[in-house]
Write a protein that binds this ligand. Structure first.
Ligand code: EPZ
Length: 428
């Protein structure tokens, strides 16, 4: 089992470069299956969700070659059996994107039920609604979702709830369907647009990605392509908050400022200086941090994946802040861990009331999930004393080389291997 050891109280200073977007790449890697030739993907982050996604493709029969750091050539034309290995898929939530891509390519897919993790309820009814609308029959047996369709026919899909995953799966299943599919009440996250751009570079005909109505006109064939993944807006936001929490001065490079608008707006309200450049932002803090209220919303609202991190920062602000997670109904499990470090937070359902205590005290804590783990790192960086974070495998699912990136900014962080197994929890 591995843990991070952080000696806090040091300002972060210098420059950090953001990697490719986790939530884009976990959709784009499966989408390679739709191509009738090899694809070259660039700016692929070295994170465990990518390793699992590539391993699934390999086990299914794809040829994968790493051409350079973050650059992979993937030829999935050797995949004939649309079944994803159960053991690999069950630990990664994003494995459900193989449903849409295999259905889109073969008219058939068998994938394990995704791990819905401690963010609250995470049903997949809207995914199945989209597949059914296109003419597929969905059944569940022995923890496997089995979907098949004699033919996929373009259709009207209206999502009862804005859902990133179901929007992605609907696009993947519809790109080769016969006729026009209209996806309404679609999610608008940057990674939705990135997937649409990738599919269009293969010869798909997708319009409206990034708006709440996406139109997909089915095409017969999709060719191999080369594509570079967008930078990760949540990794960028995490480093913005870490710089603010340590009252540092950090230039965060390889970002798309437009993707960070809601994060930038909230940080400015809290009293953080955010200086925007073409593909970077600089974070600094002069005066006091002050309370604010935050509600997570679908993009372009404040992202739920930044909720644990911004809540941690608000513990250091003056006054009482209110944070409401409108997306997931149980995404405050990190609060117990922050309390060990001196936080004063009360949680009622989707709402956290955060008293600004102004400081953290180092303590042994455990990462309950990916973004909560990042929040605990931020608290440890700001804390006086030493913080030990267990179960860091959660964090390494979504943050490339976080230890070295933080160390390069002046953090005193080391990874330590200790005997004993980490309890393997389901991934997000
Ligand atoms: C994706 O999860 C991301 N995961 C999450 O990132 C992110 O928090 C979430 O989108 C919201 O942006 C990946 O992309 C792998 P949703 P997903 O479907 O697709 C409900 C991270 O930290 N819902 O947009 O599972 C659902 O319960 C991870 O990087 C249904 O009711 O999220 C939730 O309340 C965590 N029925 C809301 O919609 C469905 O069929 C949004 O879920 C699907 C979802």
């Amino acid at each position: 089992m591995e843990k991070f050891i952080i000696k806090g109280g040091r300002r972060l200073e210098g420059e950090v470069t953001i990697s490719g977007a986790k939530n884009a790449v976990v959709a784009i890697i499966p989408a390679v299956i739709l191509a009738d030739g090899p694809c070259v993907l660039e700016n692929i982050p070295n994170i465990s969700d990518v390793s699992i996604s590539l391993r699934i493709l390999y086990e299914m029969g794809a040829e994968i070659k790493q051409l350079d750091k973050g650059v992979y050539r993937i030829d999935a034309t050797g995949i004939k059996d649309p079944v994803v290995p159960y053991e690999l898929a069950r630990h990664m939530r994003a494995s459900y994107y193989f449903l849409g891509t295999l259905l889109g390519k073969f008219g058939r897919a068998r994938v394990s039920m995704p791990g819905g993790c401690y963010l609250g309820d995470r049903p997949i009814d809207q995914h199945l609604k989209a597949f059914s609308a296109l003419g597929a029959v969905c059944t569940l047996e022995n923890g496997m979702i089995d979907i098949c369709a004699d033919s996929l026919i373009g259709s009207q899909i209206y999502f009862d709830k804005i859902t990133v995953g179901a929007t992605i799966n609907a696009m993947l299943a519809a790109v080769k369907a016969t006729g026009l599919t209209v996806i309404e009440n679609a999610a608008k996250e940057p990674h939705i647009v990135d997937l649409a751009n990738f599919l269009n570079s293969m010869g798909a005909d997708i319009m409206g990605a990034g708006t709440d109505v996406i139109k997909v006109r089915g095409v017969k064939n999709l060719k191999g392509t080369s594509y570079a993944i967008i930078p990760d807006q949540i990794e960028a936001g995490t480093y913005m908050v870490a710089a603010a929490a340590t009252r540092g001065n950090v230039l965060i490079k390889n970002v798309i400022p437009k993707h960070l608008e809601s994060i930038t707006a909230k940080l400015a309200k809290i009293g953080v200086n955010v200086e925007e450049f073409d593909d970077s932002v600089r974070i600094s803090v002069d005066g006091p941090l002050v309370k604010t209220s935050i509600k997570t919303m679908p993009h372009p609202g404040f992202p739920t994946d930044m909720q644990p991190q911004i809540s941690t920062l608000l513990c250091l602000a003056e006054g009482t802040s209110i944070v409401t997670d409108e997306i997931f109904n149980n995404r405050f499990r990190y609060v117990d861990e922050l309390r060990r470090m001196g936080a004063d937070i009360s949680v009622e359902g989707r709402v956290a009331v955060i008293e600004g205590v102004g400081k953290f005290l180092g303590a042994p804590v455990t990462a309950p999930d990916l973004r909560a783990g990042a929040a605990l790192i931020i608290a440890g960086l700001a804390a006086s004393g030493v913080t030990e974070i267990d179960d860091i495998y959660h964090i390494e699912r979504g943050y490339e080389d976080i230890e070295n990136k933080l160390r390069a900014l002046g953090a005193d962080i080391t990874k330590k291997t200790v005997p004993g197994n980490s309890v393997r929890k389901v991934a997000l």
